[in-house]
Design a protein around this ligand. Structure first.
Ligand SMILES: *[C@@H]1O[C@H](CO)[C@@H](O)[C@H](O)[C@H]1NC(C)=O
Ligand SMILES: *[C@@H]1O[C@H](CO)[C@@H](O)[C@H](O)[C@H]1NC(C)=O
Ligand SMILES: *[C@@H]1O[C@H](CO)[C@@H](O)[C@H](O)[C@H]1NC(C)=O
Ligand SMILES: *[C@@H]1O[C@H](CO)[C@@H](O)[C@H](O)[C@H]1NC(C)=O
Ligand SMILES: *[C@@H]1O[C@H](CO)[C@@H](O)[C@H](O)[C@H]1NC(C)=O
Ligand SMILES: *[C@@H]1O[C@H](CO)[C@@H](O)[C@H](O)[C@H]1NC(C)=O
Length: 934
């Protein structure tokens, strides 16, 4: 009994104590009821599709809710940290009830362009406000100027916020951090005066703000004295570097890239003794790199890509003993890069020198002071000898010597040395060597366009991309295919095209289950496609072109459910066009040209709404052209309007610093051209040289995005419908050698992009419609039509042959030409022209590159627009997928913009340069900001 009492006593005591304790804790920490209600109404007005605020329940203490931080003394709410929660909807003014709120972070959410609520300006206790990348749009409310205690303000983002007048900002006297990246400030001429008033401002981020105004005026205030980060990149500033800049002695980060800064870079650059990171890339400077850079003793990253500078590289660079990253290229620098430039650079991790006339001239026994991780010397002469100093670099993870003029045998040490490097790019040199005994162990290896020979090398399971196209590998392919491996191969890309490989494909494909892209075209292979290829369930692109394969296309390939490209051209395949091909709705490219396929074109093919290239030319197909081709919606929409509807991942595999792109040789305008970078912007149908009969279905003329249409050398009859005039994108039309008849429709003069037309050897009659376009073609385009007359043919028309509905009146003819001009402008052309012009206008370097390649190919027009869109498209994708981290977003866009100024043959190269530079910047930047900014 006593025992029981004792136990009860203890229990009672425990109960009392715990109650008291709980109430003590509760007294301290239970949140304020009014604030709790305010937070609940705030939540109520929000959209929270990911249910991130599920902990915000009325039953719980609001100080314990996710993202809510209370004072540990008063239990009042001090902080709301709601970044990256996929929130949207309305911001409720109930927030005003949180009278002690000092920190509000709504960044990286999705408020879908709604304006920043002006009542935020009444939250008088705020010291930290981050609304960046939250999807706000419209005018930035000047009421934010009432937040006079603000230390940190970030309004950067994707949506275009804009500012009429920054006068309000001058009230934020204690501001240390001002972030307005991508806020449109072009209306504010006095932005510099407004932001330069703050004596404590440490970081100023004004990237991509449409700043074009004049910074030369001397600053009214010289209170910028604490500035450590100045980011004015991606604006339109078109002037010399202003003098006041050089008074900012505390500066550590200077980002002026992607502007139009001009003039020389003054020697006073050397005064910045705290400067750690400088990016002057993509500007229009001229003159030499100042020798005073040797004084920048804190410099860690030096980025001078595409600056316009000329002259030689100063050897004072060799004094930058803290330098980690050096990026040069796309410039007019000349002369040698020698040992002297690296004398004390023992911390160097990353070197990127590309597209420049600088050349490497170091002794063969040079022992560099650094251990690089990232080395990219491409389109920069380093050869002809294979650089021996490379052997000293034991930490490399990325090596790119593409287009570097090496004409040598890869030395014996190289392959063992290389087996630890993650990515190797040696393409476009004249490197030779027999790889028969080599086991490749790199994640990505690109040896394409060299002189390598011997049997195919063996692979370790680590290899993901193997591109050894365009070399001299020989011998049978089967030992490679059936090789024994210590593990499961991760190979995704296999490109061994354009070599001298022989034999049949072995039935060993089941060992390569990761394969997504296979190109074994242009070898001496023969035989049937083995059934095991059907085990490649992730196969996206298969090219067997230009070999001697024969037989039916095996039905086992039906298992390749995500196939996007199939290229069997120039082989001896026979039989009917397999049913599974025309039902595989993922297909974008079907290229069966020059085989022995027979039978009809199955009408089921019309289901292929993603199709962009259909080539059945030079087979023995018969019957009529299906009448439903208007269902090819990717061709109807064209590359610009259709941009967001298709995933082009079958045509392109993206990896870090590298993307492998599918290519296609198309026979267009009578010559073969290879399409790679712009393949996804091509829209083509070629059914020529078959036995097709019947009339041309009018539906085909609804494909207004189609650029190339070839139906020549068949037995087609009937007329060209008037509807042909809506094919606004048509560049090449070949209907020659059929039995077509009737008049050439007047509407054909609307085809303003048409620069190749062949109607020869048909039964057309009447007058060729007059337009500068049609008359500019060679008479041969109309030859072999006995009844056809008018320019450019020499045969004049008699009165009878005048078309009934046209008025030959001189004046109205002129009107017609003018109308034609404007119609051309209205459709497509304006977009195209604007794209090119904008690019040419803004960037000297692009202008430079463009005029070099414009006469090369008309396709340039597409490249510019297309790549611009791609940039946008990636952004949108990332944004909507919710993966939109600020840095990835910007990176993807910039990289693509950099592609624009490259010449045709160095797209991938520049892509690699761009993304490599950017990713390293961010690494260095992040690394530094930890030590620097806190
Ligand atoms: C209250 O919080 C402040 C900082 O937020 C901290 O420095 C202090 O130690 C805390 N006090 C208690 C009693 O936890
Ligand atoms: C820039 O401002 C200065 C002084 O205000 C003025 O003299 C100069 O003409 C301006 N330049 C331009 C291009 O507006
Ligand atoms: C900026 O400096 C000027 C003179 O140096 C001074 O009069 C002014 O008060 C300063 N502005 C602020 C906001 O501190
Ligand atoms: C650099 O360019 C400027 C202007 O284009 C030219 O006057 C100068 O001679 C060039 N210098 C060298 C070293 O090429
Ligand atoms: C192959 O590469 C991996 C890293 O990707 C490395 O761990 C391994 O040691 C390498 N093997 C050889 C034989 O070099
Ligand atoms: C497989 O592993 C063994 C032992 O680990 C090694 O000796 C051999 O070279 C490896 N083979 C390949 C092809 O990597």
């Amino acid at each position: 009994m006593r025992k029981l009492k004792a136990i009860l006593g203890v229990l009672l005591l425990w109960f009392l104590c715990s109650t008291i304790l709980r109430s003590c804790r509760a007294n301290n920490l239970v949140c304020n009821e009014k604030e709790k209600r305010a937070l609940l109404s705030f939540k109520h007005a929000l959209l929270d599709p990911a249910n991130q605020l599920s902990s915000w329940s009325i039953k719980e203490d609001c100080c314990g809710w996710r993202g809510v931080h209370c004072s540990n003394v008063t239990a009042r709410v001090l902080k709301l940290e709601l970044a990256d929660m996929n929130l949207g909807g309305q911001i409720s003014p109930a927030l005003l009830e949180l009278e002690f709120l000092d920190h509000l972070d709504l960044s990286s959410n999705d408020f879908r362009g709604s304006p920043i609520p002006s009542f935020l300006g009444s939250m008088g206790s705020l010291r930290y406000l981050d609304l960046s990348y939250a999807g706000f749009g419209g005018l930035v409310p000047h009421q934010l100027g009432n937040l006079s205690t603000l230390r940190h303000l970030d309004l950067g983002g994707y949506n275009r916020l804009y500012v009429e007048n920054l006068g309000w900002i001058s009230h934020l006297a204690f501001l240390k951090y001002l972030g307005m990246n991508r806020v449109d400030l072009h209306r504010e001429v006095h932005w510099l005066e407004s932001v330069s008033m703050f004596p404590s401002l440490s970081e100023l981020h004004l990237s991509n703000c449409e700043l074009d105004s004049n910074m030369t005026s001397s600053l009214g205030y010289d209170n910028f004295t604490s500035l450590t980060v100045l980011d004015l990149s991606e604006n339109k500033i078109n002037q010399e570097m202003p003098n006041w800049l050089f008074n900012l002695s505390s500066l550590a980060f200077l980002l002026l890239s992607e502007n139009q800064f001009k003039g020389q870079i003054p020697e006073s650059l050397g005064h910045f003794k705290y400067l750690e990171y400088v990016d002057l890339s993509s500007n229009s400077f001229h003159g030499p790199i100042p020798t005073s850079i040797g004084n920048l003793s804190s410099l860690r990253a030096f980025v001078l890509y595409d600056t316009g500078l000329n002259g030689t590289l100063p050897t004072s660079m060799g004094c930058l003993s803290n330098l980690m990253l050096l990026a040069l290229g796309h410039d007019s620098l000349t002369g040698a890069v020698s040992e002297a430039h690296f004398t004390t650079l023992s911390k160097l991790e990353s070197v990127q020198i590309s597209e420049t006339s600088l050349f490497f001239n170091v002794k063969s026994n040079w022992t560099p002071p650094f251990q690089l991780q990232f080395l990219l010397i491409s389109s920069c002469k380093m050869g002809p000898k294979f650089p021996a100093w490379l052997q000293t670099q034991k930490s490399l993870s990325y090596l790119d010597f593409s287009r570097s003029g090496i004409e040598d045998t890869a030395p014996n040490w190289f392959w063992k040395f290389a087996s630890y490097i993650d990515q190797i790019h040696l393409s476009n040199n004249r490197i030779s060597g027999d790889l028969t005994q080599v086991v490749l162990n790199n994640t990505i290896i690109d040896l394409s366009s060299n002189w390598f020979s011997g049997r195919l090398p063996r692979l370790s399971p680590n290899v993901v991309v193997l591109n050894i196209a365009n070399n001299s590998f020989s011998g049978p392919i089967s030992p490679f295919m059936c090789q024994k491996m210590n593990g499961t191969s991760q190979l995704e890309v296999l490109d061994i095209s354009i070599n001298a490989l022989s034999g049949e494909l072995s039935d060993c494909w089941m060992h390569w289950q990761s394969l997504a892209h296979i190109n074994i075209g242009s070898n001496n292979l023969f035989g049937k496609i083995p059934n095991s290829m059907g085990s490649l369930v992730g196969l996206k692109a298969l090219s067997l072109r230009n070999n001697s394969f024969y037989g039916d296309v095996p039905s086992s390939l039906e298992n390749c459910k995500v196939l996007g490209l199939i290229n069997l051209s120039d082989n001896k395949f026979s039989g009917i066009i397999p049913r599974w091909i025309v039902e595989r709705t993922t297909l974008m490219v079907i290229h069966l040209r020059s085989n022995k396929f027979n039978g009809i074109i199955p009408p089921q093919i019309c289901q292929l709404s993603s199709l962009i290239v259909l080539d059945f030319a030079d087979n023995s197909l018969s019957g009529e052209i299906p009448k439903c081709l208007n269902n090819f919606s990717a061709m109807a929409a064209g590359p610009i309007r259709g941009q967001y509807d298709i995933w082009y991942d079958a045509l392109e595999a993206d990896y870090d610093y590298e993307s492998y792109m599918e290519s296609l040789v198309l026979d267009i305008k009578g010559r073969e051209s290879e399409y790679r970078e712009i393949l996804q912007y091509v829209r083509a149908i070629d059914l020529s040289s078959n036995n097709l009969s019947g009339s041309i279905p009018v539906e085909i003329f609804s494909l207004s995005g189609l650029q190339f249409l070839n139906l020549s050398r068949n037995h087609l009859t009937g007329r060209i419908p008037e509807k042909v005039g809506v094919m606004a994108s048509l560049e090449s039309l070949d209907l020659s050698r059929n039995h077509l008849s009737g008049e050439i429709p007047q509407s054909m003069s609307n085809l303003t992009f048409l620069d190749d037309l062949d109607l020869s050897f048909n039964n057309f009659s009447g007058r060729i419609p007059s337009s500068t376009q049609l008359q500019s073609f060679d008479p041969l385009s109309f030859f072999g039509n006995a009844e056809l007359c008018g320019a450019p043919l020499t045969k004049n028309c008699t009165k009878d042959e005048e078309p009934q509905d046209t008025n030959p009146d001189e004046e109205s003819g002129e009107h017609h030409e003018i109308a034609w001009f404007y119609i051309g402008m209205g459709t497509g052309f304006v977009v195209g022209f604007w794209g090119v012009c904008a690019a040419l206008f803004f960037k000297r370097a692009w202008r430079h590159a463009y005029f070099r390649v414009l006469d090369d190919m008309k396709d340039r027009v597409y490249v510019v627009i297309a790549l611009r869109l791609k940039c946008l498209q990636n952004n949108l994708r990332r944004y909507f997928l919710g993966k939109g981290k600020k840095h990835t977003f910007i990176t993807s866009c910039k990289v693509l913009l950099q592609i624009q100024f490259s010449s045709k043959h160095s797209f991938v190269l520049v892509d690699a340069v761009g993304s490599a530079i950017l990713s390293l910047f961010h690494r260095v930047l992040n690394g530094m900001s930890l030590s620097q900014m806190t």
